[in-house]
Design a protein around this ligand. Structure first.
Ligand code: NAD
Length: 458
């Protein structure tokens, strides 16, 4: 069997490897560097910057731990160089994996010729056609922008541009308090920028639990990040000295923030122009390529996975959607029934602010909206021995469970290592566990995971 995979992000390259390991001949086509958005302009470079911010904060607070140091200074070119080294190292790792004898890696721009043939314009300008039984499209997303005056001005930057800044902006205004907005707010506040975040909704992280979002906002505000919610950005006005005034409406008042750089972080949109979907009659909407539960498009030999399908734009979601598509192919494309044990409804999400936030499953608000009777169990990191010893007592955990049988429906937390802790909850939920099951499992002491158990016991 042969499969052509278009796009080499976590949706594309992980599926290519899994398919090759099953004995399938794979052609992987990439228009950009290996690793896609996640590795080159998303998860990984931002996590390298988050780590620098963490080291900086640790140095700043060293005296609290009885360590006397000089005031730390940021060597920004070195910070960015380290970030590039991290990306380069991981890209080398993927390149090594793609040397699999069943994978042919082609760099170029692919388009559909027919339902089984992809035409590729290679980097040297030559063209080649590749035929296969199936095609999987994983061409990702692009930063979205607001249709407002000044949005295209030089100095109004995207989450990609901010990763190659030459210096730390003195004043940074971030439009959007979603995941990207808050992660960069946290990092650049640590680096010394004066940061203002403007958010259209009533709370930050609109897709997260409201309670958690409120508490995280307070925690970030305490660190000196100015966050304006219910603020609708109307215009970005370039000023004569090279700075900007970002104008926004709040409570019927037009207000302004002056900044040296403006980060547009109002979401990402599927890269629908990346390939000629319409020529093959593949159904799309503004939200992305339409797929069924097996990630199959209306053209049976063509699948689409990851950001291009809209929905949850997360690297790990793309990977598991790719595996779902592969499993459907391997199972002979059944029209219904299970083809694997992957639960694509149960996808944890993490925000790498300081402290981190993470969630899995249903929020309390969602339960209410669906008329589902739920109970909420809470605990605090300030009562956790490990968190207090680490000097990181700020944080909170909420477990949402079914009121009738105690089955765990969701977990929402922020605090040290929240992004790692969420997997214990994901595992419980994956096995349909109850609060009682959780409370009965011995947790080692002193560990951060005890926060979760404390909530189950509460
Ligand atoms: P997002 O959808 O998470 O947040 C965008 C925010 O912009 C929302 O809060 C929205 O209300 C706000 N907004 C929209 N219009 C506005 C206006 N006129 N004025 C003020 N605010 C406005 O999008 P994002 O943060 O840009 O992230 C894009 C995607 O990338 C998301 O799907 C996200 O999950 C993903 N991502 C994930 C991670 C991670 O997993 N750690 C990190 C980065 C990005």
């Amino acid at each position: 069997m042969r499969i052509t995979i278009i796009g080499a992000g976590p949706g594309g390259y992980e599926t290519a490897l899994a398919a090759a390991n099953k004995g399938i001949e794979v052609t992987l086509v990439s228009a950009g560097p290996l690793g896609g958005t996640c590795l080159n302009e998303g998860c990984i470079p931002t996590k390298a910057l988050c780590r620098t911010a963490e080291v900086l904060e640790n140095c700043r607070h060293a005296s609290d731990f009885g360590i006397l140091t000089e005031e730390p200074k940021v060597d920004f070119p070195r910070v960015m160089q380290r970030k590039d080294e991290v990306v380069e190292q991981l890209r080398g790792g993927i390149a090594f994996l793609m040397k699999h004898k069943l994978i042919t890696l082609l760099y170029g721009k692919a388009s559909f010729k027919d339902a089984h043939t992809v035409r590729i314009v290679l980097e040297d300008g030559t063209e080649t056609d590749v035929e296969s039984d199936y095609i999987i499209v994983a061409t990702g997303s692009q930063p979205a922008s607001l249709p407002i005056p000044g949005a295209d001005a030089e100095g109004v930057i995207t989450s990609t541009d901010i990763l190659s800044l030459g210096s730390i902006p003195e004043r940074l205004c971030i439009i959007g308090a979603g995941v990207i907005g808050l992660e960069f707010a946290s990092v650049f506040r640590s680096f010394g920028s004066e940061v203002t975040v403007l958010e259209y909704c009533r709370e930050v992280l609109p897709r997260f639990d409201t309670d958690l979002a409120k508490r995280l906002k307070q925690s970030l505000s305490k660190k000196g990040i100015s966050i304006e919610t219910s603020a609708e950005v109307k215009e970005v006005v370039p000023l004569v000295d090279g700075s900007f005034e970002v104008r926004y409406m709040k409570k019927d008042n037009l207000q302004g923030v002056i900044a040296d750089k403006v980060l547009m972080a109002v979401g990402r949109r599927p890269a629908l122009e990346s390939i000629n979907f319409a020529d093959l009659g593949i159904e799309t909407t503004r939200r992305g390529v339409c797929v069924n539960a097996y990630m199959q498009t209306n053209v049976p030999s063509v699948y689409a996975v990851g950001d291009i399908t809209g929905g949850m734009m997360l690297a790990h979601a793309a990977t598991f959607q790719g595996l779902r598509a592969l499993n459907h192919i391997l199972a002979g494309q059944p029209a219904e029934g299970k083809v694997d044990a992957i639960d694509l409804e149960l996808v944890p999400a993490a925000v790498f602010t300081s402290p981190e936030a993470a969630m899995v499953g249903m929020t309390e608000d969602q339960c209410k909206a669906e008329g589902r009777d739920c109970i909420c169990k809470k605990s605090f990191f300030r009562a956790n021995g490990k968190a207090v010893s680490m000097g990181e007592p700020d944080g909170y955990c909420k477990i949402v469970a079914d009121a009738a049988d105690g089955r765990i429906l969701g977990c929402h937390l922020f605090g040290p290592h929240a992004a790692d802790l969420i997997h214990e909850m994901t595992a419980w939920m994956n096995k349909g566990a109850t609060l009682g099951d959780m409370a009965a499992m011995v947790h080692a002491h002193p560990t951060l995971d005890e926060v979760l158990q404390a909530a189950a016991h509460s």
